[in-house]
Write a protein that binds this ligand. Sequence first.
Ligand SMILES: [Zn+2]
Length: 479
Amino acid sequence: MNKITKPKKNHIRKEIYVTAVIFAFIFLCMIFFLYHFLRYDSKDFIYNSFNARFSVFADDVVRGSIYTADGKVMAQTSKDDEGNEIRVYPDERLFSHEVGYVGKGMAGLEASYSFDLLKSHITLDDQINNSLTGIKSPGDDLYTTLDYDAQKSAFDGLGLYDGAVIALEPETGKIVAMVSKPDYDPNTIAKYWDDINDSSKNSSVLMNRATNGSYPPGSTFKIVTTLAYLREHNGDDTYSYNCNGQIDVDGYTIHCSSNEKHGKENLLQAFSNSCNSAYADIGIHLDREAFINTAEDLYFNKTLPTMLSTSKKSAFNIDSDTKESIVGQTAIGQGATSVSPLHMAMLVSAIANDGELMEPYLADKLVSAEGDIVSQTEPVSAGFIMSAEEVDTLNKYMEAVVMDGTSAKVDFGDLNVYGKTGTAEYSENKKLTHSWFVGYASNDDGKQLAIAVIMEGAGYGSKFAAPLAAKVFNAYFEE
Ligand SMILES: [Zn+2]
């Protein structure tokens, strides 16, 4: 008979001990993995400058790509001849101020979305497998709102001029094109860093003039002055002026362009002729307080409502003590006014969108390497900045500019275009002028695009900026 031997107590203790050690090991592994993955969920961790991993390239994730809305690569991670990861910008200067750069710190979308580009949303199983086999997981990709063809036409159209082009979808605030020159090639930013930052050249290459430029608006500001007039007269645009080519205000003479005598005009004609004399006359007769209020309702002297990380405040610097001669100049967009191209594009986009201003944005969505949408930007309304009646009147006036006024010779094709030119003096020598066009186009399907163009030192708005706007409209609507 077999004798059943009881296990010894020591033996039992040993089994419990081994089991406990195994569980402790598994537990530690779990904590390790948890730490390993969760640490990427902390922006503080990734952005902490004391963190040795603060780099454009992570140990475990391949930095994601940045694309236009139509899927063209703006930035991607590649490998150099020695197998090191490098960041590549296939179109070189085309997107420089939007995509930004990495290598000398970071800027643009590369900076504001660095955390997201270094985060992977492939399945956790795949991430763990990759991690165990030493393979990097692919980071999320960022899709912008930019349209490649519109961007290219704006970039090419601006050519060798300094200045900016910004085009928005009025219904949503999506930025379709944004170009600023002078520009830089993000591929070689580190190599030419000293040259780019050489203040003796004073060209502010790194500044995005579309969002942060500060320019005299010239006659594009007559949109604001018109709105102030309409508000003071309860929407009634009855006005009459006899232009003899110039007006004396408080000892200062304001001239119409080329001293042209526009003769007898109503308000619509004064607007479409861009008559400086009439608009200076309007400006000095407006209630000062109401004029300031209208400008501030349109976000002058205020932070612009936008999802972009930076933008410049526009200035409207008159008060009750300002001399009439300055008020007269300010009413025609000289004097005490300065704007960013972004602000002017927002203003005309609100007119296109029945008075409702949508906040401009550039980053549309983050998508995992497996094609799942990780996050999607929803359009945000900043509210109505003008009434339906005011929009109707401004539309009529801006249409007249294109049909019979200063832009009548510009070929806008079959599109319905509403706009205002500007020729803004920017130095004591009045021969130096910036060329402006602001406005919007729509096609028969109701698709719209708002735009602001400024070409520094180019000359007449009607000769330079308006034809460039036409090129961008055509590139956008041809698709
Ligand atoms: Zn005139």
